[in-house]
Design a protein around this ligand. Structure first.
Ligand SMILES: [Zn+2]
Length: 212
C-alpha cells in the first residue's frame, strides 16, 4: 500500500483535507481507508496498482467525489430566497437547465436537463438561482426521481407559487433505474405541485413549451 508516496501527494492530500474540513482523526481515517480501498479495487479488477499511471489515483478519486457531491455542503433552497415581488400570474418556464449528478446505486454519472414551470403567486426568481438550486440537489448521491421531487418541493416551499411542474431528462451511465439502458436512451421523470396536479390544460401548456 503506497498511498503517501511522495511529498507533493502529501501536500495535495493535506490541502484537500483543509478545503473540505476533513479535520478530525476519524474523518482522516475514513479518507485513508477510502484511498486504500481504491488501490485494492484496482487490484481486484486485475490491474497493477503500483504502476505509474495510478500514482495519485486514490487521491484523485477521493477529490473527485468530494467535488461531485458539493451539494451536501449547502442548502440549495437558499438560492431561491433571492426572489422579486412581481405582479405576474402567468406560467413561467425555464427550460434546458443542465445538471450533472451521480447515481447512488453505482456511483456512475447521470446528467441531462431539467425544465421548471411555475405560476407565481407574487414571487419570482432568476434563472441562475433556479440553476444553482438544481446543482445543489444534483451534486449528491442521487436517483433521478428524488432529484425531480426535491426541485419541485424547493420551488413550492420558497416561492409558494400557485403551482410548479418539473420535468427531468437524464442519461444514465449505469444500468440502474428502469432496466437495461441503450446508449442513447434517456429517462424522463416529472413532478407537479399545486395547480399542475389537477389542471390538465396547465400541464399541457407547460409540456408544449418544453417540447423540442
Ligand atoms: Zn446506477
Amino acid at each position: 500500500m503506497k498511498i503517501v508516496s511522495n511529498q507533493s501527494l502529501d501536500k495535495k492530500i493535506s490541502d484537500l483535507y483543509d478545503k473540505y474540513s476533513i479535520d478530525t482523526e476519524e474523518e482522516r481515517h475514513k479518507a485513508e481507508n477510502f484511498m486504500n480501498a481504491i488501490t485494492d479495487l484496482i487490484e481486484l479488477c486485475g490491474d497493477d496498482s503500483s504502476r505509474q499511471g495510478f500514482d495519485d489515483t486514490p487521491y484523485r478519486v477521493l477529490k473527485a467525489h468530494l467535488e461531485y457531491t458539493a451539494g451536501y455542503r449547502e442548502d440549495p433552497k437558499e438560492h431561491l430566497r433571492k426572489f422579486f415581488d412581481v405582479d405576474h400570474d402567468e406560467l413561467i418556464v425555464v427550460k434546458d437547465i443542465e445538471f450533472n449528478s451521480l447515481c447512488e446505486h453505482h456511483f456512475a454519472p447521470f446528467f441531462g436537463v431539467a425544465h421548471v414551470g411555475y405560476i407565481p403567486n407574487g414571487k419570482i426568481t432568476g434563472l441562475s438561482k433556479i440553476g444553482r438550486m438544481i446543482d445543489g440537489y444534483a451534486e449528491r448521491f442521487q436517483v433521478q426521481e428524488r432529484l425531480t421531487n426535491q426541485i419541485a418541493d424547493a420551488m413550492q416551499e420558497i416561492l409558494d407559487p400557485k403551482g410548479v411542474m418539473v420535468v427531468v431528462e437524464g442519461k444514465h451511465m449505469c444500468m440502474c433505474g428502469r432496466g437495461v439502458k441503450k446508449r442513447d436512451s434517456s429517462t424522463t421523470t416529472s413532478a407537479s405541485r399545486g395547480i399542475f396536479k389537477k389542471d390538465i390544460a396547465q400541464r399541457q401548456e407547460f409540456l408544449s413549451l418544453i417540447e423540442k
